[in-house]
Design a protein around this ligand. Structure first.
Ligand code: IMP
Ligand code: MG
Length: 196
């Protein structure tokens, strides 16, 4: 018998409504920073050479956040996915990030926004930023939905943070345990029996 996922939840940490509100705020901030090419005087300014942004989501955890965020962004945006794995199978601690596949090739001169689900040890984002900088983008900013309170973490520069959370293993809203729970709409902790 397949039990409904809801029975596996210990605690709802961030409710879907709070997430939705925060996603709108983040999108506004990002749109302002990446140049909503203003019409303050009622006159459209000349278009800059490349008025677009290139969003680089880190797969797989960022997908739900990404889908919500991009639909609130009134910018010309393209997507270039990057897969970085660090939690193989039934693990709840990072084994160190590894890039799976190719780095997007066409990032030179681009305005890049990296999007990830959670900043934990910080090593995933550090690796992503280092590799993307090698492609010489015009600018690079980073957005994470969650930042864990991990004192020992590497501190990659992060420009946009959805929520600060305690150092607990969480799932839902894109985050998984052993590949599951990504489709839970809230960010939750799991009952200890799930890990047994
Ligand atoms: P870091 O390299 O330790 O910062 O880990 C970041 C990556 O590990 C994230 O992109 C997530 O995919 C995964 N991760 C970190 N913490 C959690 C968690 O609490 N639940 C599920 N995945 C997590
Ligand atoms: Mg990830």
């Amino acid at each position: 018998m397949i039990l409904p996922m809801e029975r596996h939840i210990a605690r709802v940490l961030i409710h879907r409504d709070a997430i939705a509100r925060r996603v709108c705020e983040l999108a506004d901030q990002i749109a302002d920073d990446f140049g909503r090419h203003g019409d303050e005087a009622g006159v459209a300014p000349p278009l800059p050479a490349r008025p677009d942004i290139t969003i680089v989501p880190i797969l797989t955890g960022s997908i739900v956040f990404l889908a919500d965020l991009i639909r609130q962004l009134p910018l010309m945006a393209r997507l270039r996915f990057l897969t970085i794995e660090s939690y193989p199978g039934k693990s709840t601690t990072s084994r160190g990030p590894i890039i799976d596949g190719e780095l997007p090739a066409d990032l030179a001169g681009a305005s890049v926004l990296i999007v990830d689900d959670v900043l934990d040890s910080g090593r995933t984002l550090q690796l992503a930023q280092q590799k993307i900088l090698e492609r010489q983008p015009a600018q690079m900013r980073t957005c994470v939905m969650l930042r864990k309170d991990v004192p020992t973490a590497a501190k990659p520069a992060v420009d946009y943070i959805g929520f600060d959370i305690p150092d607990e293993f969480v799932v839902g809203y894109g985050l998984d345990y052993d590949g599951y729970y990504r489709n839970l709409p809230d960010v939750v902790t799991l009952r200890s029996e799930v890990f047994a």
